[in-house]
Ligand binder design. Structure first.
Ligand code: CA
Length: 224
């Protein structure tokens, strides 16, 4: 597993490099945005760990440029607790995940493994998550053996979340994917549909699977 780490804080970079190498990863480090972008756009990595605030080109501009060039390498953003807008923008630009500083190295390793697994995922016809199964061919949904009737929109919403357990989707991403609409930030359409979906798929013996990430969006809880 080869990882590019773009991080200007030398201490954090050294700590992350050490932790990832101990896990058997091959790690290349860039300490500024220009060098980071040069490496990210010319070499092959399994994942990129990208700080947002960098000297030179910042993390979001690197991400935007990579995605504009159709480079789909998984990207995990490192964000400061206060960088809520940047986090949201990063997800909308196509980041696969984010981690808020400070973090445990074990958490970063788990996130890297998860995004790499998702990126390598083969197309499936049945999504199975905890006691939920979603059949993409017959469009049948079951939770703990109980059949669930969903409308087309509800199904599309569930499909998007269930395809990438653990991945956070912003309301804008959900809106574009499920409704093909340009997102209206004043609309609570997405929230209304998430509530409806929860009512149908959760029950007394089936705890909530869809998690609200405050100020960001929703995700299907990761279940190991
Ligand atoms: Ca920084």
């Amino acid at each position: 597993m080869k990882v590019l780490l773009v991080e200007d804080e030398k201490k954090i970079a050294a700590f992350v490099r050490k932790g990832l190498e101990a896990q058997g990863f091959v790690v290349e480090v860039a300490h500024d945005g220009d060098n980071g972008y040069a490496l990210a756009s010319t070499r092959a990595y399994d994942a990129i760990v990208l700080d947002i605030m960098l000297p030179g080109r910042d993390g979001l501009s690197i991400l935007r440029n990579l995605r504009d060039r159709r480079l789909t390498v998984p990207v995990i953003l490192l964000t400061a607790r206060s960088e809520l807008n940047e986090r949201l923008e990063g997800l909308n630009l196509g980041a696969d995940d984010y981690l808020t500083k400070p973090f445990f190295i074990e958490e970063l390793i788990a996130r890297i493994q998860a995004v790499v697994r998702r990126a390598a995922g083969t197309p499936q016809s049945i999504l199975s998550h905890a006691d939920l199964t979603v059949n993409l061919l017959t469009r049948e949904v079951e939770r703990a053996g109980r059949k669930i009737e969903l409308t087309a929109r509800e199904f599309a919403l569930l499909e998007q979340l269930a395809r990438s357990p653990g991945r956070v989707f912003t309301r804008m991403q959900i809106c574009e994917k499920v409704w093909n609409y340009d997102f209206d930030p004043g609309s609570n359409l997405v929230d209304v549909y998430v509530q409806r979906l929860r009512k149908k798929i959760d029950g007394p013996d089936s705890p909530g699977l869809i998690e609200t990430i405050r100020g960001v969006g929703y995700r299907m809880k990761a279940v190991e």
